[in-house]
Design a protein around this ligand. Structure first.
Ligand code: NAD
Length: 236
């Protein structure tokens, strides 16, 4: 069924979350058994409050995440999506992920709603550096300012342009495919609802149930994204 929808749709959006990258070896935040949120509190670590008042733990958390990221690679699922984009089967990728795997796999024009973990920037002069600086224990800019990850922290707004583009894509989509998101993070989780209200078919592929399941035209639970995408790809 989804193969037919992909072929018939004139504007398909793929909307990915942290579950898209667990098969690359990066933990997500909310998986029941292995998500990072099981052992660490996001409000304490990935927040503006932590950056200001709990800097050692903040740095340790991001050092760990950047180090892990640099050891991992996109998996077959990211590559299939890049191929589909090249073949014109999908028209926009919107991600909540900060890992850059879609681009590394060959996707272009990816909307990153929550920034990127690939760079850090100076909180004083805004100069940007490679995130490897964190691994090399360099946390200070030449101007003396603190280097922070280029991600959206809890307590910060989403980048305006990215969210506006994503909103426009949601209104335009006639097929919206969620891959690996608990759909608990706002305002990103409003986008599938906008798409659905604007007439799109909604497909949700997620290991566990999500709060938006009742909106879906097709739900796939309990299966890995890589396997699902390989299966669909074989039928296209
Ligand atoms: P989340 O952790 O809240 O939810 C991930 C969902 O993916 C879970 O419900 C889980 O059941 C599902 N999942 C995990 N592995 C799967 C697989 N192989 N196949 C199918 N489903 C799978 O993630 P979220 O909704 O993206 O929101 C969390 C926030 O965490 C985002 O803002 C994002 O920026 C950030 N984050 C990003 C990364 C990354 O860039 N890779 C990693 C961790 C957290």
């Amino acid at each position: 069924m989804i193969e037919r929808w992909l072929k018939e749709s004139s504007y398909t959006v793929v909307f990915t979350g942290a579950g898209m990258s667990t098969e690359s070896g990066l933990p997500d935040f909310r998986s029941a058994k292995s998500g990072l949120w099981r052992t660490k509190n996001p409000q304490q670590l990935a927040s503006t409050y932590a950056m200001q008042h709990n800097r050692d733990e903040f740095i340790a958390f991001y050092q760990y995440r950047i180090r892990t990221l640099l050891e991992c690679q996109p998996h077959i699922g990211h590559i299939i999506l890049a191929n589909w984009q090249q073949q014109g089967l999908i028209h926009q990728i919107i991600t909540q992920n900060v890992d850059g795997f879609h681009q590394q796999a060959g996707s272009t024009n990816v909307i990153e709603l929550h920034g990127t973990l690939r760079t850090v920037y100076c909180s004083r002069c805004k100069r940007t550096y490679d995130a490897k600086r964190y691994v090399d224990e360099q946390f200070t800019c030449t101007c003396g300012g603190f280097l922070r990850p280029s991600v959206v922290l809890f307590g910060e707004s989403l980048p305006y342009d990215a969210f506006e583009q994503a909103w426009t894509a949601a209104e335009r989509a006639d097929l919206w495919i969620v891959l690996g998101s608990s759909l608990q993070v706002s305002p990103a989780n409003e986008l599938p609802v906008i798409a659905k209200r604007s007439g799109a078919k909604l497909v949700i592929v997620n290991m566990e149930p999500t709060p938006l399941d009742e909106w879906a035209d097709l739900l796939i639970h309990g299966r890995k994204i890589g396997e699902v995408l390989k299966e669909i790809d074989a039928f296209l």
